[in-house]
Design a protein around this ligand. Structure first.
Ligand SMILES: [Ca+2]
Ligand SMILES: [Ca+2]
Ligand SMILES: [Ca+2]
Ligand SMILES: [Ca+2]
Length: 219
């Protein structure tokens, strides 16, 4: 720039310089005063059923108790889910109104019947970093439920699907009453053919079930 331009604009140039310095100072003050997210990875450990196969807890950033933090769930080293910590946790006072809980079902995200290391991290806006919560990681084994075994061709419903008597109708009711995806298999004694003739409509399905007729011995 020529010297006259510099003279005319020296005030602006100094002002811009001062603003840049101020910006840098504000940023470093933020980094120094920054608090990282706090919170807990609550819930389950060890062998768990469908309901227990989850990651839950709460997290909040003391820098802004109104902010609903982003949460990520890792299985081993792999991120398998992200969510927002905005569920009501009335026992938590670290965030405004206690709305900083989180819950993620892991049932469709993990291999069953083998231990998995579950880690929960929360995102800190000020530093653009993820921070592990307290009590994480946890080791979780999500157990496949035992199948329901149909062992009669009759259509009776005594309310129990057990080893003594379990009709297809009872097995369907049992799978509906269990929140997990289930399996119905067959072990009907006696000689084939095995014919199940319902006397009325069978119950509808409330949640996923696999009905595998090929499990019948002699199929
Ligand atoms: Ca922070
Ligand atoms: Ca909230
Ligand atoms: Ca029964
Ligand atoms: Ca079920």
């Amino acid at each position: 720039m020529d010297i006259n331009f510099f003279r005319r604009n020296i005030g602006y140039i100094i002002l811009i310089g001062a603003l840049l310095l101020l910006g840098t100072a504000t940023q470093s003050a933020l980094a120094e005063d920054n608090a990282v997210p706090e919170g807990f990875h609550d819930g389950n450990e060890g062998g768990v059923d469908f309901d227990g196969c989850s990651a839950s807890g709460w997290t909040a950033d003391p820098d802004d108790p109104d902010r609903d933090l982003q949460v990520q769930i890792l299985v081993g080293e792999t991120v398998v889910a992200t969510t927002t910590a905005d569920l009501l946790r009335p026992d938590v006072t670290a965030c405004t109104g206690g709305t900083c809980g989180f819950y993620v079902s892991l049932w469709d995200l993990v291999a069953k019947d083998v231990p998995q290391q579950i880690t929960v991290q929360a995102y800190d806006v000020e530093t653009d970093q993820w921070y592990a919560l307290e009590n994480t990681p946890k080791e979780l084994t999500c157990l496949t439920p035992d199948p329901f075994v149909v062992n009669t061709t009759d259509d009776n419903d005594d309310g129990l699907c057990d080893a003594l008597h379990c009709s297809l109708r009872e097995a369907l009711n049992a799978t509906n009453n269990s929140p997990s995806p289930d399996q119905i298999i067959f072990a009907i004694p006696g000689e084939p053919p095995y014919k199940i003739q319902p006397l009325s409509s069978l119950p509808g399905l409330d949640n996923p079930v696999t009905i595998d007729g090929t499990t019948q011995p002699g199929f």
